[in-house]
Design a binder for this molecule. Structure first.
Ligand code: G4P
Length: 530
C-alpha cells in the first residue's frame, strides 16, 4: 500500500461523554469488532489497569477518576481507526479540549435516561468551535429511557444543530424490542442479541405489513413505530452528508453498548460518513494531509510515565505525509532539527515502537522537556506553524512559593514543566521576576496534582494561597499600556509565561466595568497561541 492509500483509510476521532454514559464500554466494543482485544472487560478495567501506568496517578486512584486520556489504534474492514479517548472528569476538561483539536470528528455518547449533561455540553462547544462532525450514540436503551423525540429536541435546541436519527428505538428497558433502520427499512431485533448472535441479521420491514410487524413487536409498539417514522420522515431533517461533514447535522444512533446492541451498525455508518484526515490550518495557509512532507503538532504531554526518569511523552497528531523513525525533523518553536526518540503507538493496550506512521495517526515520542502544547514538528522544507491550541481561561487561582528557599531552582523548573504540559497555567506579576508565581487551573483538583507532583517528582514542598479571582482575560487590543488602563481596585494585571498581558477579575461585573471605562480595550476568554 502506498502512503496516500494509507492516509485515505485513516479515521481519527475523539470519543466524548459525561462520565458514566458508556464511553469506555462503547470503546471496548469497537476494539472487539476490530479484533484488537479478545475479551470484553479488558479496556481499562476501572479499578485496576486504568491506573497502573504511573505513580503520580495514585492521586487519581484515590479519587476514582481518570486524569489522562489515551489513544488507541485498531483495524476494521480495511480502515485504520485512531480513537482518542477523553478524560471525563470536569476538572480535566482542558486536556479534553486539546484532544479534540487532534480529532477529525467526534463520537458523543449520551445516556438515554439522562440526555445532555454538563460535561457533554462543554465538550460540544469545542467541537462546534472547530466545526467538526459529531456522531451521537444514545446509549443504554436496555434500560428505561427518555422519549427519543424529547432527546432529539434537546440536542437540537441546546446545540443549535440538526439531528438525523439513522435508526429509531422500538421501546426501551424491559420493553426494548430493537431499532428500526430508516434508510434500509429494516429492524434489528434486540432479542437476537440474546440468542448469542454477534452479527445480528436484520429483518426486512415493510411498515405497512401490519401482520408481520404485530407478530414481531406487538400491536402497540407497531402502531407507535409507524407513527414515529411518519413523523420523522415528514417533519425531521433530511440526511445531507455535506451538512454532517460541516458539523451542522449530527447523525444519531440508538443502542446499548453493554449488550453490544447497535454498535456494529453505528461503526459501519460512522466509517461511511466520516472523512479521511482533513487539511489543517497553519498561520499562513493550510496543509494538505496528502502532501509528501511530514508535519505534526503536539496536543498532549503526559508526564512521568516512569518516575525515576521524570520522563514525558509528547503526543502528536500527524497532519501530513509519512513519519519515518530514522529521519530528523524540524522543531519549529525550538528552531532546531531533532530526532523523535522512541516513537510509539498504542494498539489497544500495548505500547509499540513504530518505524513509520501516516497523516491522521497519533504518535507518542519521548520528550526530554523541549516540547510545549501546540508545538509544530515538520519536514525542514515546510517550516509551517499550525494553528495553535487555544488556552482557555482558568477559573481558579493560587499564589505558590517553595517552602525551602534553597530549592528555588527545582521549584521553578517543576512549575514550568508542569505548565508546559498544560496541566496548569502559570502567571506572574509584571516586573516582579518569578518571585511569586500565580497558577491558574480549570478545576481545583489540578492544584492538588501540582502540589503532589512538585513534592514527588521535584522534591519540593510548596506553600499555596488561594486567590479570590474567578475570571481571567487575555488583552487582545489595548489603547494604552496595561498599567495605564483604568482598572477597578480589585482587578489585577498579570502576564503569562509567553509575556502576554492578562487581567484578573473577581466577577463578570468587573469585566464589563473595565471594558466600558477603556474604549478600544478588547479582552478574550482564550489565547489563540499562534
Ligand atoms: P464512561 O466510560 O462513560 O464513564 O462509562 P462506562 O463505559 O464505564 O459505563 C458506566 C456504567 O454504565 C458501567 O456500569 C457500564 O457497565 C454501564 N453501561 C454502559 N453501557 C451500558 C448499556 O448500554 N446498558 C446498561 N444497562 N449499562 C451500561 P458500572 O456498574 O458503573 O461499572 P461496571 O462495574 O459495569 O464496570
Amino acid at each position: 500500500m502506498n502512503s496516500n492509500q494509507e492516509i485515505e483509510r485513516r479515521r481519527t476521532f475523539a470519543i466524548i461523554s459525561h462520565p458514566d454514559a458508556g464511553k469506555t464500554t462503547l470503546t471496548e466494543k469497537f476494539l472487539l469488532y476490530g479484533g484488537a482485544i479478545q475479551l470484553a472487560g479488558s479496556v481499562k478495567g476501572k479499578a485496576t489497569a486504568r491506573h497502573a501506568v504511573s505513580d503520580w496517578m495514585e492521586l487519581e486512584k484515590q479519587r476514582g477518576i481518570s486524569i489522562t486520556s489515551s489513544v488507541m489504534q485498531f483495524e476494521y474492514e480495511g480502515f485504520c481507526i485512531n480513537i482518542l479517548d477523553t478524560p471525563g472528569h470536569q476538572d480535566f476538561s482542558e486536556d479534553t479540549y486539546r484532544t479534540l483539536m487532534a480529532a477529525d470528528s467526534a463520537v458523543m455518547v449520551i445516556d438515554a435516561a439522562k440526555g445532555i449533561e454538563p460535561q457533554t455540553r462543554k465538550l460540544f462547544k469545542i467541537c462546534a468551535m472547530r466545526h467538526i462532525p459529531i456522531f451521537t450514540f444514545i446509549n443504554k436503551l436496555d434500560r428505561e429511557a427518555r422519549d427519543p423525540f424529547e432527546l432529539m429536541e434537546e440536542l437540537e435546541n441546546e446545540f443549535g444543530i440538526g439531528t438525523y436519527p439513522v435508526n429509531w428505538p422500538i421501546g426501551c428497558g424491559v420493553d426494548f424490542k430493537g431499532v428500526f433502520d430508516r434508510d434500509r427499512r429494516e429492524i434489528l431485533a434486540f432479542q437476537d442479541y440474546h440468542r448469542g448472535q454477534n452479527k445480528i441479521k436484520p429483518i426486512e420491514c415493510d411498515l405497512d405489513d401490519v401482520e408481520t410487524l404485530d407478530a414481531l413487536i406487538g400491536q402497540r409498539m407497531r402502531a407507535k413505530l409507524q407513527e414515529d417514522i411518519e413523523l420523522l420522515d415528514g417533519a425531521g431533517y433530511e440526511f445531507d452528508l455535506a451538512d454532517v461533514r460541516a458539523g451542522a447535522l449530527s447523525p444519531v444512533f440508538f443502542g446499548s453498548a453493554l449488550t453490544n446492541f447497535g454498535v456494529e451498525p453505528f461503526l459501519e455508518n460512522f466509517l461511511r460518513m466520516t472523512t479521511p484526515p482533513l487539511p489543517r490550518q497553519t498561520a499562513e495557509d493550510e496543509v494538505d494531509p496528502f502532501a509528501p512532507e511530514f508535519s505534526a503538532f503536539v496536543f498532549k504531554i503526559q508526564a512521568n510515565m516512569n518516575k525515576a526518569h521524570r520522563d514525558r511523552i509528547a503526543f502528536m497528531r500527524i497532519c501530513s505525509g509519512t513519519f519515518k523513525r530514522d529521519r530528523e525533523y524540524f522543531h519549529v518553536q525550538g528552531g532546531k532539527m531533532i530526532k523523535l526518540a522512541q516513537p510509539q503507538q498504542m494498539m489497544a493496550q500495548e505500547r509499540a515502537i513504530i518505524n513509520e506512521a501516516f497523516a491522521g495517526d497519533i504518535i507518542g515520542v519521548f520528550d526530554p522537556g523541549i516540547f510545549s502544547i501546540g508545538d509544530t514538528v515538520c519536514d525542514p522544507k515546510m517550516k509551517v506553524r499550525f494553528e495553535g491550541i487555544p488556552t482557555f481561561a482558568p477559573e481558579h487561582f493560587s499564589v505558590i512559593s517553595q517552602v525551602d528557599t534553597m530549592k528555588r531552582k527545582q521549584f521553578t523548573k517543576g512549575v514550568t514543566q508542569i505548565a508546559q504540559e498544560g496541566a496548569i497555567q502559570m502567571f506572574h506579576a509584571p516586573n516582579s521576576g518569578m518571585e511569586e508565581i500565580i497558577v491558574g487551573a480549570v478545576g481545583v483538583l489540578q492544584f492538588e496534582v501540582l502540589e503532589y507532583r512538585l513534592k514527588n517528582e521535584y522534591n519540593c514542598d510548596i506553600r499555596r494561597r488561594d486567590l479570590s479571582y474567578s475570571y481571567i482575560r487575555w488583552i487582545e487590543q489595548t489603547p494604552k499600556k496595561p498599567d495605564e488602563l483604568n482598572l477597578a481596585s480589585d482587578t489585577r494585571w498579570v502576564q503569562d509565561f509567553q509575556g502576554k498581558d492578562l487581567l484578573l477579575f473577581n466577577n463578570e461585573w468587573s469585566i464589563r466595568w473595565v471594558e466600558q471605562k477603556n474604549e478600544g480595550l478588547e479582552l478574550s476568554e482564550f489565547s489563540r497561541n499562534w
